[in-house]
Write a protein that binds this ligand. Sequence first.
Ligand code: ATP
Ligand code: MG
Length: 254
Amino acid sequence: MGRVIVIANQKGGVGKTTTAINLAASIAVMERRVLIIDTDPQSNASSGVGIDVGNLKNTIYEVLINNQPLEDIIQKSLLPYLFIAPAHPRLVGAEIEMVNMLAREHKLRQALEPILDDYDYIFIDCPPSLNMLTVNSFTAADSVLIPIQCEYFALEGLTQLLNTIHLVQKSLNRKLDIEGVLLTMYDGRLNLSRMVMEEVKQYFGEKVYKTVINRNVRLGEAPSYGQPVLTFDINSMGAKNYLQLAEEFLKNDA
Ligand SMILES: Nc1ncnc2c1ncn2[C@@H]1O[C@H](COP(=O)(O)OP(=O)(O)OP(=O)(O)O)[C@@H](O)[C@H]1O
Ligand SMILES: [Mg+2]
């Protein structure tokens, strides 16, 4: 049965989507079947693997609001083992539309049930907020992977994130675990990056991945070509970092 990992941090621009795309792609080239579920109205994970989001009729919105089977919306990517359940900007309305739904926190979990056996890993890319979409993802997941940008105020807001995880553990999903904490946009030349790394290690201890994602321009360029960095520029630092992360991730899971 596939493991479901949600990539979350309510802070914007910390590398959630970059990690969803590139960790998923790196595991996929190791010949595991991987699905990315995009639950962010910005739809960056979808466009980042080459989906033309513009006129999409079948998206995660239809799954959550109209009970369309998840299987119907899944699309192939450039990589044979990588699949995507895309989002669309109209997902912005889902929060309000779900207010009166029965068992609304469980919508995504229910949608996932029938396809769990079709994939080895399912990564959910979250929006930068702690709303009903995020709670749906936490309820559907086995674990949470938290990217942290090596920047000022890196730990700000994490108490709130951890509180939300605890609340979900208490009432909606007992088995929810912390998968790992990933340092992103690291720059070894900066004292700041090294300080943030120390601080995060003190706070999360063993949960912090040994692999660190360096700041790398190719990681920023690849999405505009609709590609993971690994097909865009296999020799880049970004590709190397995410392949190494995939190895560490799989080792932890073995
Ligand atoms: N390691 C990196 N090196 C250089 N640029 C990066 C790196 N990781 C991410 N970026 C760039 O930083 C920006 C934010 O990254 P990303 O979209 O992955 O963050 P996010 O947490 O998903 O953002 P949001 O909260 O808006 O969903 C993007 O332009 C991305 O291309
Ligand atoms: Mg994002």
